[in-house]
Design a protein around this ligand. Structure first.
Ligand SMILES: Cc1cc2nc3c(=O)[nH]c(=O)nc-3n(C[C@H](O)[C@H](O)[C@H](O)COP(=O)(O)OP(=O)(O)OC[C@H]3O[C@@H](n4cnc5c(N)ncnc54)[C@H](O)[C@@H]3O)c2cc1C
Length: 407
């Protein structure tokens, strides 16, 4: 039986960041991961780091994005972990007059709130990104956005945690959790050799799309829904795409049809590309990696825990990217993959103390942008545990709004 002050379940970017910060603050902390570090969503994402600035009135989104950006930079530039961090900026392609109106109004509104972005003509944008299609209607430039390698970055967080004194145990699948009379937890896990039991005063659920399963072990309903995202890569090329790229089609659709219309229901998260098996919009994100591959994806579909790639969706995404980058006509797809993103039902993060039990915390619901927000999410939950006081900004992500006791 191994004792620790804090147990973190999940070795994705959120759990690894929380363990690092807790260890830095002097807690004894153990992280349990069933596979390898970065074996799920945190290792298979596009590596896009979203940031728009702090804004005049910083909110949770500003803290998560700008705080994470600073942590990524710190890892690469000061601590010397090569995570392939690059302050590349991002470009969002506008393809129709309707998208242009939406993007123009959105840019004006966000700028008035103090965020950093601008609307460019296609010629201005092609000065920054020469391969862009000259037939685009316009382009939004978001200069603070960045990129990094997802596996290298997530493993760097775990390595930094170990360096600061955390115990990081991989190949440990948590199979049962029981509450103890002293308010602590007893956590059983299977490992390659045998079973193990860990006890801890405080427990952090950082298991991404699997937080619901851990909740069930505790008699709790934690409504985190797995949403499949899928991607493809091209063969490596010399450097030809310099920014992270996206497109305005899906943001316009999600703004025009928010929430539960179009047959969506309250058990489905917002901002998906599919309702059931029906496509409602095309989403797009991607970049060129340091190895030279173009890596792109976009679909977000609820299919349970199935990580099988749907080829038809990959073809749609490839076609969409080719509309932005005509040079893709000469390239082919070399590999595809999929991962499961942790979505909450209102689309907002779930970060904080679970009110039904003493000493139980969660950092999840980071959805489609958890690589870029996970570092600060982990830091905030660690600060909460260490000080015993909720950082004010976490009021927006309070688990009390959605976690309940199972019948
Ligand atoms: C295709 C794709 C593209 C994406 N692109 C981007 C992007 O460009 N930018 C961006 O910001 N975000 C992106 N995301 C989203 C981002 O990857 C996720 O939001 C983020 O990685 C979630 O991190 P996490 O630590 O919460 O979860 P995860 O990375 O899923 O980590 C959870 C960990 O918990 C472990 N675990 C689960 N159950 C147990 C158990 N019982 N015992 C022990 N361990 C357990 C899992 O093995 C896993 O390693 C993308 C996601 C996908 C799938």
């Amino acid at each position: 039986m191994a004792d620790t002050e804090v147990l973190v379940i999940g070795g994705g970017i959120a759990g690894a960041s929380a363990a690092w910060r807790l260890a830095e603050l002097g807690s004894s902390v153990t992280l349990l991961e069933r596979g390898d570090i970065a074996s799920e969503s945190s290792g298979v994402n596009a590596g896009g780091i979203g940031a728009l600035g702090w804004g005049h009135v910083p909110n949770l989104q500003s803290y998560l994005t700008m705080g994470s950006l600073q942590i990524f930079k710190h890892l690469q530039l000061e601590l010397g972990y090569d995570i392939e961090f690059r302050a590349s900026g991002a470009l969002q392609a506008i393809q129709t007059a309707e998208q242009y109106e939406y993007a123009r109004d959105n840019v004006l509104s966000l700028k008035s709130q103090g965020y950093t972005l601008e609307l460019l003509t296609v010629n201005e944008a092609r000065g920054l990104e020469p391969e862009l299609n000259p037939d685009l209607v316009g382009v939004v430039h978001i200069p603070l956005r960045a990129q990094a390698d997802p596996v290298k970055a997530t493993r760097a967080f775990a390595a930094a945690a170990e360096q600061s004194g955390a115990q990081v145990l991989t190949g440990r699948e948590v199979t049962a959790i029981t509450c103890q009379a002293n308010g602590g937890f007893r956590v059983a896990c299977s490992s390659a050799s045998s079973g193990e039991v860990h006890t801890a005063k405080q427990l952090v659920l950082a298991a991404g799309a699997w937080c619901g399963t851990l909740g069930e072990m505790l008699g709790l309903r934690i409504p985190i829904i797995p949403v499949r995202g899928q991607m493809w890569a091209s063969e490596p090329l010399p450097p030809r795409v310099f920014h992270s790229l996206s497109a305005a089609e899906s943001p316009l659709h999600w703004t025009a049809s928010p929430g539960n219309d179009e047959g969506n229901d309250a058990s489905t998260p917002p901002e998906l590309t599919h309702l059931g098996s029906r496509r409602v919009t095309r989403h797009l994100y991607g970049r060129q990696t340091r190895d030279g591959e173009l890596v792109f994806g976009g679909d977000r579909q609820v299919v349970g825990y199935d990580k099988t790639v749907e080829d038809a969706g990959i073809e749609v995404n490839f076609g969409h990217v080719r509309e932005l980058l005509p040079m893709l006509g000469q390239l082919s797809i070399t590999r595809t993959w999929a991962g499961l993103m942790p979505f909450s039902l209102d689309g907002k993060p779930v970060i904080g103390k679970i009110p039904q039990m003493e000493n139980l915390y969660i950092v999840s619901g980071l959805a489609s942008s958890g690589f870029g927000r996970g570092p600060m999410a982990g830091k905030l939950i660690a600060d909460y545990i260490h000080t015993g006081h909720r950082p004010q900004v976490l009021a927006e992500s309070d688990p009390a709004r959605c976690v309940s006791v199972l019948d």
